[in-house]
Structures are given as C-alpha cells and as structure tokens.
Design a protein. Structure first.
Length: 282
C-alpha cells in the first residue's frame, strides 16, 4: 500500500508579461509506507515545488496528491516539514519551538513542553531546552527543526535540503542521525537534495528529475545494504550511475566558452584613469 500517491502533478506560474512558466509537468510517484525517497534534479526543476504541494502549502495546477488515500487539500497533522533555513521562531526557546505544533493539536502547555523536553533529551539537546535559536550552531538548529517535526508524530516527513547549509562533517553527522530516527520510527520520508552522495547515502529510491518542466527522468532502486560503505565499489558505482543521469540533464561535460565576455568587459583594454588621479611625467 502506498502512503503517498502523487498523480500527474502540474504546476504553472504566471510571470510578468502574461506568459506562463511550467514548473512541473505530469509528475507521478508512489511512496510506500516507511520508504525513504530522495528527489534529485537540477536547480529550478520543481523538486521543492512538488514537496510544497505534498505538504499542502502550494496549490497544484493539475493532478492530485493523496496520503493514506485521503486527498491533500492543505496542511495537515499527518505531514511535517523540515526547512533548509530551520524556520525556528527566534522569540521562542528551543523547547517552545519543538512544542509549537502540538498547540494546534489541542495539547495543553505543560504536557506539550514535557514531550518537547523528552524528545530533546533523546536527541542530546536537553541542556539547550531553555536557550534561544540564536545561541545555537547551524547543526543544532537543524536538530531542533527535526525535533519540532517529530513532536507532532507525523506519518510523512517532508525535508527540503535540510543539510545544505551545513559543513561536511556536521552534514554527515545529521545524515547518520536522520537514518537512525527513520529506522526507529518507520516514518515515510520525502527528501529533496542537490547532493548526489547524500541521495545515495540516504534513500531507498532516488527519483532523478528533468530540467524544467520537472518530470521523472529515472528512478534508481538503491538497494545497497545499510550502513552504507561510501568507499565500496557498489556505492561508487551507484553514485556514478546517478551522476551520469543527472549530468545528461545539466549538460555536464560539455565545455562552454565565454569568449564573448572578453568583448563585453574589454579584456586587454586599459581601464580609464580615475578622475583626480595624479600623473607623473617620465
């Protein structure tokens, strides 16, 4: 049974001048309960657009999304979103941020803060429960963002490049932590990334998208055993498979020349003397 069903999604935007830009076209995908899916594609291909439609944050121009056979018409407690830029409320403490979504579900203040603190303790952030987001590192802020999403116990976790702004070491740490959380809770995950290695490290299936308008180009069944050895021949072969497919879409390997820039910028032409500059006679 599919937890998430995406059928023939289409999204268009109006741009100045009255023309239309097609961001997504005929995008369909079934995601099984407990499956970890990565959406991978060129910048501007509609990955985040698709994610926002699944979240109910954006209205599609055509097609539909269902979660457990119920049509998505807006945000709901069955889905939680982790943003790239953390999206924490700066005036709330860490515990209050984590507890925030529970208020809309009718939880009273004391029990929702108790749940928030319990989650923070499991994630090693209990000492920072009363701190404010500005007092945390980027990695810690993203852990808080993940904790906030988990607090409402969603069926589906939607993640929009959550580790893109982090350094390589912190990113690797959080990838491992996310996999541990996913294995413990059996959440369905739809994860947007630009990072090929990240997709191969995390996903059960990797959906490679075309350039705009975004369509499904290739679905890679990523059946490598976990924990995944990033130095193994099988892992490197999978990375190269995905890179080749994405490279076709992005035109990688086709060297562009920019000789026209030399004409525009006047390469080889001395810059004019600055007004007021002194001149020294020979």
């Amino acid at each position: 049974m599919s937890r998430v069903e995406i059928r023939n999604l289409r999204k268009t935007y109006s741009v100045p001048g009255g023309s239309q830009v097609v961001a997504l076209q005929d995008f369909s995908l079934d995601i099984a309960t407990g499956e970890f899916i990565c959406l991978l594609g060129p910048s501007g291909c509609g990955k985040t657009t698709a994610l926002n439609i699944v979240a109910g944050l954006l209205k599609q121009s055509g097609g539909e999304v269902r979660v457990d056979e119920r049509k998505v018409t807006g945000p709901g407690p069955d889905r939680a979103y982790v943003f790239q830029d953390y999206a924490l409320f700066p005036w709330l403490t860490v515990a209050e941020n984590v507890a925030f979504g529970l208020e809309s579900q009718g939880w009273q203040k004391t029990p929702r803060l108790e749940r928030a603190r319990a989650i923070l303790a499991v994630m090693g952030l209990d000492k920072f429960a009363d701190a404010f987001p500005k007092q945390l590192s980027g990695g810690m802020r993203q852990r808080v963002s993940i904790a906030r999403a988990l607090a409402v116990n969603p069926k589906v976790l939607l993640m929009d490049e959550p580790f893109a702004a982090l350094d390589a070491f912190t990113r690797a740490q959080l990838q491992d932590e996310l996999l541990s959380i996913w294995e413990a809770l059996n959440k369905t995950v739809l994860f947007v990334t630009h990072n090929i290695d990240e997709a191969v490290q995390l996903a059960d299936r990797i959906v490679v998208m075309t350039s705009r308008p975004g369509r499904m180009k290739l679905v890679v069944e990523n059946d490598l055993p976990r924990p995944r050895d990033v130095t193994s021949p099988a892992y490197l072969e999978r990375v190269n498979q995905v890179r080749a497919s994405l490279g076709e879409e992005m035109g990688l390997g086709h060297h562009k020349t920019y000789r026209g820039l030399a004409d525009i910028l006047g390469a080889g032409v001395p810059a004019p003397a600055q007004e007021g500059a002194s001149h020294v006679a020979n």
